[in-house]
Design a protein around this ligand. Structure first.
Ligand SMILES: *Cc1c(COP(=O)(O)O)cnc(C)c1O
Length: 789
């Protein structure tokens, strides 16, 4: 848009957003007005993209989660440098505020749990940037997941009101509503569309999120008969379907609601896709090549039998024809190896929601059982790989049997799937399994998160890296240039100051920008071993207390992450960390030497601030448990060394940047399994292990009478629900602490420290989501890039 159009639009949208004068209008209203202008600016490109994609095969990403974060900054960036500069000049003139000051008034869209949801958002961005015709589909949870409050050191969940001032980016399309039929009733699925503009392209892809509404939102008869609640109850119940991500499933009602979400999502999305092409009139070959669907984990796998059901019941295809289409169209990404995370549904629940789809599931079960028998599998093998067994439906099995391709998300993860967890399936379908290592978008996690470093990279190697991330490798030649490393160091320090300011403002904790920023941010989970990091901090505290005057490199230990509301041990870990913070931050003996910060309500916006200011990236999961990790990649591209185990994508990070430039520790799966490890024996032999366990009950740290610390101790030493110290925390602790001590030593030699950090950035090319998305496009979906003009 030209300058005059921007001026006109900025004023017009301001009048729409606020009844007050521009001077009096709120910052939030100004942010919304700017967002609407940006949407208008992309309007034409969006239409052109739609036209360009109509002609060819498109891919569709189905995910129950999108951890989007804020979009003002990244969308503005996607307009290109010239238009972005124009907007940054006009907004202060017209609105009396800097664009930079408006960013904070945009709500952070957190429609996801963690890595899996953020991956979906990164993939949408990468596809638009690479010109891949990819449509995203998801649910528009009115209250997101939940917002985390820390009260007396405990996590408390409250509703996430991301829509309270309206939806800044979503555009509702009532005219594209689809009906969704359940067993006993029908709902409306209303699409809300979000633009996904590519960087330095004209492609503007689309993310479509569904909202559930009642067919009849008001019952006049009931109202007239004084049943005021009953008159609107249908509406309230319908809207519950897209109220929150992951309703509490501790009771059957919650499980039913969760399954209804999945089914609602599947049917709405399939109806939307099916109305676009007339499948019946296509040749059989064309039908198979009209579309590719990627299922992000098992959450949308119910789309497979639902799709077959629609093709049969509503479009008149035979089961064989419908199955053949499904086997071409669907692909499934596996994100976990933790058995308890493999999704299963009781037949009774599915029957209550969609009995006709259940019938298709049974039919698929018979079909693949027959196929397995034909291929010579015995009855016990057939049973282990069945879709339905003993009244339970195994969603991963359903996905694997039907999907054209099944992928893991990092080399090690895929290898474990093929050689262990899903070996029987990989033997049956050797060509199905493949790896696509995850990636993250540099537009958000480097360009938007770290503008100072991005400018410096432009100066060092030109700006080509912004569209072709492989160019980042040119930085390798500069790693021994002192002026370059000095500038890198000065940028890191400025980012550390920026983070310190935000931490002081948000939590009132003063942190020292010259300390080591040692950061662990991710969902709180036993396998991610935040507790092990906590034990190290406790150990360091004891050392400081024993000798407060010894010269040390000050350290700031930063945690962030939410626990699942019903995951008591994870909540105990949060309390352990916040107790460390309470005791350590208030101890005058410690002073500046050690600070502990727990970032309340860690989200994508915090991630951007944290990864750009980190000195140490904590990636310390028990080997074999973290499928990939993507936080690790965000830190790496910002020039941070990884302190990590040989797990998930850490292995590939070490491979790219060299183990000698990182801090690798911990034993292999084989060593752990062969060790005959007994934590009780270990505590007798290893004072570090004993000190750690004792810290849970010796009274220094106080769990407020919740017995949470005793429960953590039991998990290590006297576990009633599994093996003691299932995640090998005490096993790896000594090695971990030794590695932390090495970090403290090495940090003193600044030149070599920052060279290593810089080197990691120079080696980060592989971890762009652009590489991942091109692998999906070429190896799985077979879709062509489309350059929109
Ligand atoms: C990247 C990201 C994650 C995933 O972090 P891991 O360390 O890979 O588990 C989770 N939450 C948010 C907000 C993120 O940005």
């Amino acid at each position: 848009m030209d300058k005059q159009t921007w001026i006109n639009n900025l004023m017009a949208t301001m009048y729409l957003e606020s009844t007050k004068s521009v001077d009096e209008a709120s910052m939030a209203a100004k942010a919304r007005a700017l967002a609407t202008c940006i949407r208008i600016a992309f309007h034409d490109r969006r239409i052109r993209t739609h036209r360009a994609y109509e002609k060819g095969k498109i891919a569709c990403y189905m995910s129950l989660e999108y951890l989007i974060g804020k979009s003002l900054k990244t969308h503005l960036q996607a307009l290109g440098p010239a238009e972005e500069a124009l907007v940054r000049e006009l907004v202060p003139e017209l609105y009396g505020v800097e664009v930079e000051d408006l960013f904070r008034f945009e709500p952070d869209a957190g429609l996801g749990n963690g890595g899996l949801g953020r991956l979906a958002a990164c993939f949408m961005d990468a596809a638009a940037t690479k010109g891949v015709p990819l449509r995203g589909y998801g649910l528009r949870y009115e209250k997101g997941m939940f917002a985390q409050k820390i009260e007396d050191g405990f996590q408390v969940e409250v509703g996430d009101e991301w829509l309270k001032d309206g939806d800044m980016w979503g555009r509702r399309h009532d005219d594209e509503m689809v009906p969704v039929h359940f067993k006993d009733f029908t709902l409306k699925a209303i699409p809300y569309d979000y633009i996904v503009p590519g960087y330095e392209t004209n492609n503007v892809n689309r993310l479509r999120l569904w909202r559930a509404e009642a067919m009849n939102d008001f019952d006049f008869q009931k109202f007239n008969n004084f049943d005021y609640l009953g008159a609107v109850s249908e509406r309230a119940l319908a809207e519950n379907i897209t109220r929150v991500l992951y309703p509490n499933d501790a009771r059957r009602e919650g499980q039913l609601l969760r399954f209804m979400q999945q089914y609602f999502f599947a049917q709405a999305t399939l109806r939307d896709l099916l109305r676009q092409g007339d499948l019946k009139s296509m040749t059989p070959a064309d039908r198979l090549n009209a579309l590719a669907i990627q299922l992000n984990d098992t959450h949308p796998v119910i789309a497979i039998p639902e799709g077959i059901r629609i093709l049969m019941d509503e479009l008149g295809f035979s089961f064989e024809e419908a199955l053949q289409i499904a086997e071409h169209v669907f692909n499934y990404t596996n994100h976990t190896i933790l058995q308890e995370a493999m999704e299963k549904w009781p037949v009774a629940i599915v029957e209550d929601v969609c009995p006709d789809t259940l019938a298709v599931i049974y039919r698929l079960n018979d079909h693949y059982a027959r196929l397995m028998r034909e291929r010579g599998l015995d009855e016990s093998a057939v049973r282990k790989m069945a879709i339905v067994d003993k009244g339970t439906i195994y969603m991963a099995h359903l996905g694997i049997h039907v999907a054209s391709k099944v992928n893991g998300v990092a080399e090690l993860h895929t290898r474990i799937l093929k050689e262990r967890e899903l070996k029987n399936f990989s033997d049956l379908y050797p060509d199905k399994f493949m790896n696509v290592t995850n990636g993250v978008t540099p537009r958000r996690f480097l360009m938007a998160a770290n503008p100072l470093l991005s400018e410096a990279i432009d100066d060092w190697i030109g700006s080509g890296w912004r569209t072709d991330f492989s160019e980042l490798a040119k930085l390798k030649d500069l790693a021994d240039d002192e002026a370059v490393i000095d500038r890198f160091k000065s940028i890191k320090r400025q980012n550390k100051v920026r983070l310190a300011e935000r931490i002081e403002e948000a939590f009132g904790v003063l942190v020292n920008p010259d300390s080591i920023y040692d950061i662990q941010i991710k969902r709180i989970h036993e396998y991610k071993r935040q507790l092990m990091y906590g034990f190290y901090i406790h150990h360091l505290y004891k050392e400081i207390k024993a000798d407060p005057t010894r010269a040390r490199t000050p350290r700031t230990c930063i945690f962030g992450g939410k626990s699942a509301p019903g995951y008591h041990r994870a909540k105990g870990i949060i309390k352990y960390i916040t107790e460390l913070a309470r005791v350590i931050n208030n101890d005058p003996d410690v002073g500046d030497q050690l600070k502990v910060v727990f970032i309340e309500n860690y989200d994508v916006s915090w991630a951007e601030l944290l990864v750009s200011a980190a000195d140490v990236s904590e990636q310390i999961s028990t080997v074999g448990k973290e499928a990939s990790g993507t936080g690790n990649m965000k830190f790496m591209m910002n020039g941070t060394v990884t302190l990590g185990t040989m797990d998930g994508a850490n292995i590939e990070i070490f491979e790219e940047a060299g183990a000698e430039n990182n801090y690798v520790f911990g034993s292999s799966v084989e060593e752990m399994e062969a060790s005959g490890y007994d934590p009780v024996v270990r505590c007798g032999e290893d004072p570090l292990a004993k000190e750690a366990v004792d810290s849970l009950t010796d009274g220094l740290l106080d769990d407020g009478g919740s017995f949470k610390f005793l429960d953590l101790r039991d998990a290590l030493m006297d576990n009633k629900s599994g093996p003691n110290d299932e995640y090998y925390i005490l096993y790896d602790l000594r090695n971990y602490i030794a590695t932390q001590n090495r970090i403290e030593e090495d940090f003193r030699d600044e030149k070599s420290w920052y060279r290593k950090s810089f080197w990691n950035m120079a080696c980060a090319s592989k971890f762009t989501a652009d590489r991942s998305i091109m692998t999906y496009a070429n190896m799985i979906w077979n879709v062509q890039e489309q350059v929109v003009r």
